[in-house]
Design a protein around this ligand. Structure first.
Ligand code: FAD
Length: 393
């Protein structure tokens, strides 16, 4: 039986950060992962360039049953701390938009940085490990794989959520939480495309590939970004963001022209070009294929602008400023970037990430019921919660 101070399960963003910090404190740390490589989600994140944090990250960018829980970790290890680490390793990066920071070259720079830090902190890594059992007795955890049993004082669970099962995602962390009496809040895929009802699919799949800036609203939350029509449904950053707030059976209301008031626009067009067709005028504001489709399905009626009364202008404006889609569902964990829900924060200390009633057991990163918006927030939570646990485990 091998003896460690700390075993971390999961060599992703949160697990590696925690292992590095614990290693720096002189703890003997082993990281176990089921994959062939560390940081597989980091490598494929941000289109291969890893949106590693967000300059404006704050507690308001996270969903959780307890929205205060993330505050402590986020304030103790901030985006600026992570940016300083990236700078220390001379990794070139840039802001894409909205405070989102990406590597100039490759996400591999971030994984290499974490591996270098882990090596310097004497962290041991064991990959392709299949954990078959975890038990606790006399203040020690025993973690068993078919080959070996290992013991530790502190067990840190950083096994992530359920998204991308073909990349090694498992329910391990949730099952372990329940084994030790922690509550797991309902799980669902988030930051995920929404899918069409069969009738809408027949209508809209023809315009797949069309994208436009919108605001998308569900449950009173609104995101201004681009929306993309796909063969399966709606996607693009505005839809991914709103998918975290949308619940099955609900509507998503889309403002197709958030910058321009359509009533005013049509009145001005009517004055300037009375003979012009409505569809020609609208195509100055919206993608032409979308306008043609809306006319096709009689969401708006094409006619010369001179025949439009102010009431019909307002009706057209109402339709386009608040177009209601009723999604069938989401594409699920196959394409979701994150899992909402997870280990209930009620059972964890926000200061240390340790289970309140199970000494030495820690949960960090996505396995916890803290989920960020799209835009680098999920990694910031992984870094921050991992860093915090690394100070105590
Ligand atoms: P993970 O990174 O998922 O790591 C968990 C690790 O545990 C994995 O290596 C897994 O193989 C391992 N594991 C699981 N089960 C077991 C087991 N039973 N035994 C041993 N090991 C196990 N967030 C951003 O902020 N910016 C982005 O640009 C971004 N892009 C993304 C793109 C995609 C396609 C996806 C899917 C997600 C993206 N995210 C992004 C979200 C982000 O990747 C996650 O929130 C983050 O990786 C969570 O970190 P984690 O360490 O908690 O879990």
């Amino acid at each position: 039986m091998q003896q460690w101070d700390v075993i971390v399960v999961g060599a992703g963003a949160a697990g590696l950060m925690c292992a590095i910090e614990a290693g720096k404190r002189g703890r003997r740390v082993l990281v176990l992962d089921n994959g062939k490589r560390v940081g597989r989600k980091i490598l494929m994140s941000g289109g291969g360039r890893c949106n590693f944090t967000n300059m404006y990250a704050g507690p308001e960018n996270f969903l959780s049953q307890n929205k205060h829980f993330c505050k402590s970790a986020l304030s103790r290890y901030t985006q600026w701390d992570f940016i300083a680490l990236v700078q220390k390793h001379s990794i070139a990066y840039h802001e894409k938009s909205l405070g989102q920071l990406f590597c100039d070259d490759s996400a591999k720079d971030i994984v290499d940085m974490l591996l270098k830090e882990a090596k310097d902190a004497n962290v041991q890594l064991a990959l392709q490990q299949n954990i078959t059992a975890v038990s606790f007795a006399d203040g020690q955890y025993t973690v068993s794989t078919p080959e070996l049993s290992q013991q530790c004082q502190s067990l840190v669970i950083a096994s992530g959520g359920l998204s991308l099962p073909n990349l090694g995602a498992t329910a391990f962390g949730f099952q372990l939480a329940e084994q030790f009496g922690l509550k797991v809040l309902p799980l669902r895929a988030a930051l995920v495309p929404l899918t069409w009802q069969p009738a809408d699919k027949a209508v809209f799949e023809e315009i797949s590939g069309v994208s436009l800036p919108v605001t998308a609203e569900a449950n009173g939350t609104v995101f201004p970004e681009d929306m993309l029509f796909t063969h399966r449904g709606l996607s693009g950053p505005a839809i991914l963001q709103i998918s975290s707030y949308w619940q099955p059976g609900e509507d998503v209301t889309v403002n197709m022209s958030p910058q321009t008031d359509i009533t005013e626009f049509l009145a001005a067009q009517q004055q300037a070009h009375p003979e012009q067709e409505l569809k020609t005028a609208l195509a100055k504001l919206l993608p032409k294929r979308l306008v043609e489709k809306l006319i096709d399905i009689k969401a708006v009626n094409n006619q010369p602008l001179k025949t439009l009364h102010s009431k019909s202008m307002r009706q057209i404006a109402d339709t386009l400023h608040s177009y209601v889609f009723k999604p069938n569902g989401t594409e699920g964990y196959r394409t979701a970037e994150v899992t909402i829900g997870g280990v209930d924060t009620d059972g964890l200390s926000s200061k240390t990430m340790e289970a309140k009633h199970q000494p030495g057991l820690y949960f960090i990163g996505e396995v916890v019921d803290v989920t960020g918006w799209l835009g680098g927030y999920n990694f910031q939570w992984a870094w921050a919660s991992g860093w915090v646990a690394g100070q105590y485990c």
